[in-house]
Design a protein around this ligand. Structure first.
Ligand SMILES: N[C@@H](CCC(=O)N[C@@H](CSO)C(=O)NCC(=O)O)C(=O)O
Length: 247
């Protein structure tokens, strides 16, 4: 009997896009279900009762959550092609470090920043700025203004430069082949246009080698077919900013 594979996610989510790319790399067919996070489905609440977050991969009724864990699960279950994790233990440890580097502590702190005020917001903001992680800095860049935004823009550029340094002259973060760190990072590209518009800077001017890596990844159908359109993402972020400012 064919596997039943359901992916609960949202079109704009960096984390959902990671899973779509991993499944596409393995040529695994699945059903995607768009979640409304303001009115979560009973299936999502049942499948991920702890964090109640997307993405969740439900494989023959068994749920797997946390995007990087889902990507590892996919790599282990469908190991017939396109390995995403290195077999060498040290290279595996390094890959896990860099995948975690890309997105540690991001979303919770980012949400707190947007919805907290005064002292609490100040603490979280410094915590976030100290993180130097791309997704955190990127979210801040889009939802902050003035001084704070300038600081965050430099953090984001700093983060991109650290990643560009790690890439070096390898075609991919996985070395000669596209791997889990590439899967972890490339979905952020959907936000690059928004980062540049709100932060008024050019990523290619700051990190040309990283942008060359982006174009290399975009030549892969598993990537280009699944990355949300940058302008659609920008319009969506603009909408959210307007709603936040109106509140
Ligand atoms: N560490 C997790 C993050 C998932 C997440 O933040 N999901 C968000 C939407 S994407 O921005 C989410 O589900 N938010 C709803 C909520 O937090 O209630 C992962 O890697 O899968």
């Amino acid at each position: 009997m064919a596997d039943e594979i359901i992916l609960l996610g949202t079109w704009i989510s960096i984390f959902s896009t990671r899973v779509k790319i991993a499944l596409a790399e393995k040529e695994v067919d699945y059903e995607f279900r768009e979640e409304d996070l303001s009115n979560k489905s009973p299936l999502l609440l049942k499948a991920n009762p702890v964090n109640k977050q997307i993405p969740v991969l439900i494989h023959n009724g068994k749920p797997v959550y946390e995007s990087l864990i889902i990507v590892e699960y996919i790599d282990e279950v469908w190991n017939h092609k396109s390995p995403l994790l290195p077999s060498d233990p040290h290279q595996l440890a390094q890959a896990r470090f860099w995948a975690d580097y890309v997105d540690k502590k991001m979303y919770i702190a980012g949400r707190q920043l947007m919805f907290s005020t005064g002292e609490a917001q100040e603490t979280v903001k410094n915590d976030l700025i100290g993180c130097l992680k791309m997704y955190i800095a990127g979210r801040q860049l889009m939802f902050s203004t003035g001084e704070a935004q300038e600081t965050v823009k430099n953090d984001l550029i700093g983060c991109l430069k650290v990643l560009e340094g790690e890439l070096g002259d390898k075609p991919y973060f996985g070395g000669e082949t596209f791997g889990i760190v590439d899967v972890a990072l490339i979905p952020n590209y959907s936000f690059f246009f928004a980062y540049e518009q709100f932060g008024n800077f050019s990523i290619v001017a700051e990190c040309p080698a990283l942008v060359a890596w982006v174009h290399r990844c975009m030549e892969k159908k598993s990537v280009s077919k699944h990355l949300p359109d940058q302008h659609k993402v920008y319009d969506c972020v603009l909408e959210r900013k307007k709603k936040l400012e109106a509140e």
